[in-house]
Write a protein that binds this ligand. Structure first.
Ligand code: NDP
Length: 236
């Protein structure tokens, strides 16, 4: 096999975009699925696939046509995610369903579709972008925490299902990362969270991308089923 090929959900901005830039600099050919396109010019082999991943049929169709075009895939990154926060007493069913669908069910679908390719190839790797709140929970985020904890369970299970075929599955649990997702918080909320982080700063999208690059590479050949927190020590 020649050039490395990757599929990533999301990627139009934030952590996904930083991962795309890092992987392009490592000569990957990349397909990213999101509702909007990257707003800057990037050099390299990058393909945009317009897809709302909450539409499961469209997601399946898009993946199948990418696989057909690419012929082989080395890496799947489940990165797309949303929040719809509220205390559970006020949380509407729709907010629960949307977050579970986009954050967790989409990863079930991508993993299921790609598993056929990876098992046939006897190679490949999956990286799921979870969150520290999937490990420790967070008041006001029952839907989001459950979706991120679900990704951790999915990661560990698929690591066991695929290991004998040389396919690795790992999880990154970012802490408090500077992107449009965390921009929803007020300055006071941000500074009180930063106070609770041992390294005393928010993480950057590049901090997460560096770990994704490591988990995608042969440098992590003996690592599978793991959750790596990229959180400045937030949940030690
Ligand atoms: P952003 O909001 O900056 O980016 C979210 C990405 O997900 C965008 O590319 C967006 O693309 C895509 N996305 C959202 N909904 C859909 C959809 N229905 N269909 C297709 N794509 C979709 O968030 P981050 O970069 O911060 O988050 C990336 C991941 O990291 C998420 O899973 C998030 O939960 C996780 N994370 C982030 C943390 C943080 O502090 N920022 C902390 C812990 C985890 P588009 O809108 O174009 O469709």
């Amino acid at each position: 096999m020649g050039i490395k090929k990757a599929i990533i959900t999301g990627g139009s901005r934030g952590i996904g975009l930083a991962i795309i830039k890092t992987l392009l600099s490592e000569n990957y050919e990349i397909w990213y699925l999101s509702r909007s396109e990257i707003q800057e010019e990037l050099n390299g082999k990058l393909h945009y696939v317009c897809c709302d991943i909450s539409d499961h049929n469209k997601l399946e169709e898009s993946l199948k046509s990418i696989i057909k075009e690419a012929q082989y895939i080395d890496l799947l990154i489940n990165n797309a995610g949303i929040t719809k926060d509220n205390l559970i007493m006020r949380m509407k069913m729709e907010a629960w369903d949307d977050v579970i669908n986009i954050n967790l069910t989409s990863a079930f679908i991508t993993s299921k579709i790609l598993s056929r390719t990876f098992l046939k190839q006897k190679s490949g790797s999956i990286i799921n972008i979870s969150s520290v709140v999937g490990v420790v929970g967070n008041a006001g985020q029952a839907n989001y925490s459950a979706s991120k904890a679900g990704l951790i369970g999915l990661t560990k299970t698929l690591a066991k299902e695929f290991a004998s075929r040389g396919v690795r599955v790992n999880c990154i649990a970012p802490g408090f990362i500077e992107t449009s997702m965390s921009d929803k918080l007020t300055d006071e909320q941000k500074s009180s969270i930063v106070d609770s982080i041992p390294l005393k700063r928010m993480g950057s999208a590049e901090d997460v991308a560096n770990v994704a690059s490591f988990l995608a590479s042969s440098k992590s050949n003996y690592i599978t089923g793991q959750v790596i927190c990229v959180d400045g020590g937030m949940v030690i």
